[in-house]
Every structure is written in C-alpha cells, then in structure tokens.
Design a protein around this ligand. Structure first.
Ligand code: PNS
Length: 157
C-alpha cells in the first residue's frame, strides 16, 4: 500500500493543483492533500479551515485532506507516508522545489515525485489568479467553480 502526500499552501486550491492531485490518486493507493504552513507566506487570503473545505469540495471523497503546522517530514513519518507529490510548471518551480525535496529526503528519507503540470495549467498559480480576481479579472478555468466563487466573495468583502 503506497501512501502519497501532496503538500502545499493551497491558498486556495487551483485547477492545476486538482489535476496533480487526481493524477497522484491514480498512481498511489492513498492520497492525502496536506495544507502546510509556509513561513514565507504567513498570512493568506483563506484560513486553514477554509482552504481544507475548498479542497474537499474540489477532489474525490476518497482523497484525504489534512493540516500540518510543523515540519512536513514529521507529519509524513508519523503517518507512514511513502512519497511526497508535487507539480512542476517550469524550471523556476524546479529551482524552488529541488532544495526542499533534498532537505526532506535528508531529514527523513522520503522521496518527492514530481509530476509535470498539464500545459493548459502551466501559467496558473494561486497568487497570480488571486491578483486577477482582486482587480475584477475573469478567473474562469483557473479555479474549481466553488473556489472561484469563494475568491470573488472574499474580494467583495
Ligand atoms: O505551495 P507552497 O507554498 O509552495 O508549498 C510549500 C510547502 C508548504 C510545501 C513548504 O513551505 C513546507 O513544506 N512547509 C512545511 C514546513 C517545512 O517542513 N519546511 C521545510 C521544507 S524543506
């Protein structure tokens, strides 16, 4: 039984994330989407509970959704996870992900599996899409529908 964890800030989940999560779900026996604290992004648009709920609304009910406030490798060791799964959009992602993957492997032995982002989601990131939404741009096809509505609602408030 292979257990995979898809970690990230997910503020909020995009269609690019959902595609990676679904593909991981076809490869591994158990998939957990893990909302994880990123010290470089201390304050987000959505609370952790809201992010988790938006993920639940966007993925198959067989996929677990959880939260971890500490070190990612402490969570994966405690939960017996076999691999981390992340998406790679470009060489910029590679540069960002490489040291984290190596650090996580050094700390706990866990490997990171990288899935190449589908080309139709290559330009999509939570931060860029939030910026578009904030200034009233059209984010159709970037977020799952319920997430797109939640983002617009946040900026209306
Ligand atoms: O979606 P993001 O913000 O790019 O994801 C980065 C994330 C949350 C995976 C990374 O910041 C993380 O693993 N945070 C948990 C704390 C931790 O373990 N830090 C050491 C990483 S090598």
């Amino acid at each position: 039984m292979t257990k995979a964890v898809c970690p990230g800030s997910f503020d909020p989940v995009t269609l690019g994330h959902v595609d990676i999560i679904n593909r991981a779900n076809q490869m591994f026996d158990e998939v957990t989407v893990l909302v994880t604290g990123n010290p470089d992004k201390p304050s987000g648009l959505f609370s952790v509970e809201e992010r988790m709920e938006l993920i639940r609304q966007s993925v198959d009910s067989s996929i677990k959704v959880d939260y971890c406030s500490g070190l990612l490798v402490d969570y994966t060791t405690e939960h017996g996870a076999d691999v981390l799964v992340k998406g790679l959009r470009s060489s910029l992602d590679y540069e960002y992900e490489l040291p984290m993957a190596q650090m996580n492997r050094r700390l706990s032995g866990i490997d990171t599996v990288f899935l190449l982002t589908d080309e139709k989601y290559g330009y999509i990131s939570s931060s860029l899409c939030k910026q578009v939404a904030k200034f009233g741009g059209d984010v159709t096809g970037m977020f799952p529908e319920s997430v797109g509505r939640a983002v617009k609602e946040k900026y209306r408030q």
